[in-house]
Write a protein that binds this ligand. Structure first.
Ligand code: BGC
Length: 816
């Protein structure tokens, strides 16, 4: 209370007026007229505006306006699918720092994640940031008035989009997404997520793209370019090495400089250099010691100096511990911002712990983003994005990223119309993950609905039984504000008697069975009953397969998951497997598009599916070890326990490990089937000796009788001279246009010195070593169709960088 009143007094003394964002814009103009001497943002140079700011104003600008848990907002009068009102959620088990009463004013965009302070006298408006990577996350019903809604498009999740291997697709999704953000009044979207899939249990993997930095960085760049083309900003997150949720606010990640540079920072580097996001979000974790948000080596030396990032860095929500360290590390904006942080910063400037020049630098970056924002430009958002058009974009994108894992006897595309549809999620598809990555969408098309829309006949008895079972189970699920972080337990599979299955095997032409998984922030997945199938699911697969195969009929499994699951133990029992991921709000329609053959699948895995969890190179180091709480410290569910994780697998992440150590996965990186076949021919290199660059061309021909697209993957095996190297690394990729039967396309890939480099920690430099390089062009990381070689006569030091982010302990890294 004392702190609040002190701050209020300071505010009064400084004649500050922090106004509601919508009101302040109107009032800013008269203020400007009154005193022409007061610089105005946009009219006067940014530096002049900064010069005119008081310390308190600066400290307010670098700390957001605070945050209230959704449960603390007035509860919307919502109804569930049965029409029954949803009871108000029980309050969370933890408390958040209080919001300054002066800042407790209506949001411009209710349900957005945060906003910055307006400073009306200087013409500085408040900008609004909103989650998240798969669609804008805002309150769909406001003040209990459901006559007007604000539902958003749930686009497919990151894993699905990346499996398209199609940067043009991501750019076009980004354009629709960006337009929706613009029309709903937000300035910056808190996404995309670009952390590497280090381990299949990562709770937020669905928000991220890939185990490979080139795919991850290229996808992130493409969607950022699309979103930002609409006049709104992005916040690529979580920078960096946020590869797990367990103890995410306390974990110290210990990782070598080489693995950092080649894997965990590389995709951010590609994305940031290729798309100039307006903002970067630092992560919750510590990295080789300090919190990422308090580490100038990461945020200033690498991000701002080496990579030339010009935007602002914001913290993750309540991330880090020390606002002084954060300011000094160039974490420009603390989100969502607390009263205590503002005060700490003021005191620290007064006592010399933060230099005014540092605070000014942070303020300048924030002002430069505000200048570009729709709010600054007084954009009159409609609250009426073209949801129909965006749903169509979401549906088309979803179909492009699904991966056909198995198609024995050409079971797909579906040949007959009468389907026995099993599995809870067939009737209750999962459009996307939970937490801040969840989108408040108006609907999710179930598979049963999608199939019906596609003209298929579904057994009505099964439908009734499944729907009743799901509704009943949902009504019993506990409702709590913590459900943002705590997924309700999955609904047990409907028990189907052998008689019922036998009857279906008689009456239907084919069985479809969906296996679903959900996950989200705050928690990692687990091996039992999550990565591995549950016993009930395995029994369902077996019983259905036995009965249908006994009747001479086929079985197809649809995987509705945000991440990787075990497939090796049951895949032989079924004829087809479609990995549909979490496909956004048009889920059922998009899956039907692929099952029916309306869309020929062309997605490929951007993440390895191992045979068993223990095969994963990171399995023995995930999620790390917990340490005792320091004496006197009470457990805090928001903070987690002190803990550390060591990335002993080093650079051998995903296929880099499987191909180097000859471990056979269930489905390898880059794998995916099509309803047609392709031939690769004429791989040619522009030169046999590298001289600045080398260009590879390859021709792909559709040799089947259905039109289709092929992802073409170019791997390079580099010579092992002074440094270990993975057996191969993806250095380029492309995707053909839709090729008609017999049609060919020649794709061309240029490799520069940068595309051959490895990180030499001893020299703190990117180095391409002299020797023979093998270019391997293929349909997956192991299905290599053509190879060619070229030589690099002299070692090239491609770039010298700073010797920073050194681990403070010895890591016993995996070596070949
Ligand atoms: C998440 C971020 C998100 C932020 C704001 C945090 O808990 O880690 O990804 O953008 O909340 O909702």
């Amino acid at each position: 209370m004392k702190k609040v009143s002190l701050l209020l007094t300071l505010c009064l003394l400084a004649s500050l007026c922090y106004l509601d964002a919508s009101a302040q814009a109107k009032k800013a103009a008269p203020a400007a007229k009154k005193s022409l001497a007061t610089p105005q943002l946009g009219k006067s140079p940014v530096k002049a505006v900064i010069k005119a700011m008081t310390l308190e104003e600066k400290a307010k600008l670098v700390t957001g306006m605070g945050f209230k848990m959704p449960a603390m907002r007035p509860a919307p009068k919502k109804k569930d699918t049965t029409g029954a009102p949803i009871p108000a959620a029980t309050p969370p088990a933890f408390t958040l720092p209080p919001v300054d009463p002066k800042d407790d004013i209506p949001e411009k965009v209710p349900g957005a994640a945060g906003r910055t302070h307006a400073i009306a006298r200087l013409g500085i408006p408040s900008i609004t940031v909103s989650d998240g990577p798969a669609g804008i996350r805002i309150d769909p019903i406001r003040n209990g008035d459901s006559s007007k809604t604000y539902y958003a498009t749930a686009f497919p999740v990151g894993t699905l989009l990346a499996s398209s291997w199609d940067v043009n697709l991501l750019k076009s999704v980004g354009k629709s997404f960006g337009n929706e953000i613009h029309e709903y009044g937000a300035d910056v979207i808190l996404g995309p997520g670009a952390n590497i899939h280090r381990n299949p249990l990562g709770g937020r993997n669905f928000e991220y793209y890939s185990e490979d930095p080139l795919i991850s960085g290229s996808m992130a760049a493409a969607i950022i370019n699309g979103i930002q083309s609409q006049g709104v900003g992005t916040s690529i997150k979580h920078f960096a090495v946020n590869n797990q949720e367990t103890n995410r606010n306390s974990i110290n990640t210990i990782v070598s400089q080489r693995a950092l540079r080649e894997i965990y920072l590389k995709d951010f580097e590609i994305a940031i250099k290729g798309s100039h996001p307006w903002t970067v979000m630092s992560s919750y974790n510590k990295l080789n010691g300090p919190y990422t948000s308090e580490n100038p080596e990461l945020l200033i030396t690498i991000l701002k100096k080496e990579w030339g990032f010009k935007g602002l860095v914001m913290s993750d929500w309540f991330g880090g511990r020390d606002p002084i360290g954060q300011m000094n590390a160039g974490n420009d904006l603390l989100m969502p911002g607390t009263v205590a942080q503002t005060k700490t910063i003021i005191d620290a400037v007064n006592s010399g712990k933060i230099k005014m020049s540092q605070l000014d630098a942070n303020v300048e970056r924030i002002l430069n983003v505000i200048l570009k924002s729709p709010e600054f430009k007084k954009y009159k958002f409609s609250n009426k994005p073209d949801l129909k058009k965006n749903a169509a974009v979401s549906r088309a994108a979803a179909a492009q990223g699904m991966v056909l894992l198995k198609n024995d006897g050409k079971v797909l595309p579906l040949k007959s119309k009468k389907i026995a549809l099993f599995g809870n999620t067939s009737y209750d598809l999962i459009a996307g993950g939970t937490g801040s990555g969840n989108v408040n969408k108006a609907y999710t098309i179930s598979l049963v609905q999608g199939l019906a829309n596609g003209g298929y006949t579904i057994d009505a008895g099964l439908k009734t039984a499944y729907e009743a079972h799901i509704n009943e189970a949902k009504a019993k699920q506990p409702k709590s504000a913590m459900s943002f972080f705590m997924l309700p337990p999955p609904i047990p599979q409907l028990e189907i008697t052998p008689d019922m299955i036998a009857q279906q095997a008689k009456s239907a032409d084919i069985a479809l069975l969906t296996i679903g998984r959900n996950a989200g922030e705050g928690r990692d997945r687990k091996v039992e009953d999550d990565f591995n199938l549950m016993d009930s699911e395995k029994a369902l697969i077996k019983n259905i397969s036995d009965a249908f195969h006994g009747a001479g009929k086929k079985v197809v499994v649809v995987l509705n998951t945000g991440g990787v699951v075990e497939t090796a133990s049951w895949r032989d029992q079924v004829d087809g497997i479609l990995l549909a991921w979490q496909p956004g709000l048009e889920a059922g329609n998009a899956i039907t598009d692929v099952l029916s053959g309306k869309v020929n699948p062309s997605g490929k895995l951007a993440t390895t599916f191992p045979i068993k969890y223990e095969d994963e190179p990171s399995a023995k180091n995930f999620p790390g070890k917990e340490m005792p709480l320091p004496a006197g410290e009470k457990p805090n569910p928001m903070r987690g326990r002190p803990s550390e994780v060591t990335y002993e697998e080093g650079i051998y992440v995903g296929y880099r490990y499987y191909t180097t150590f000859d471990v056979k996965p269930a489905y390898e990186f880059g794998y995916g089937l099509s309803y047609t076949t392709f031939k690769y021919s004429d791989l040619k290199l522009s030169a046999k000796t590298f001289n600045g660059s080398v260009t590879a061309t390859v021709t792909v021909t559709n040799t089947g009788n259905i039109a289709g697209r092929e992802v073409v993957e170019l791997y390079v095996s580099a010579p092992v001279i002074n440094m270990q190297k993975p057996a191969e690394e993806l250095r380029a990729f492309g995707k053909t246009k839709t090729l008609r039967p017999k049609e060919s396309q020649t794709l061309s890939f240029t490799l520069n010195a940068k595309d051959l480099e490895s990180f030499d920690s001893a020299r703190s430099a990117w180095v391409s070593e002299a020797g023979t390089y093998t270019v391997k062009v293929g349909a997956s990381s192991t299905d290599i169709k053509k190879t060619e070689k070229f030589s690099l006569p002299k070692t090239i030091v491609v770039e010298k960088v700073h010797n920073v982010l050194k681990p403070q302990v010895q890591i016993s890294e995996l070596k070949k």
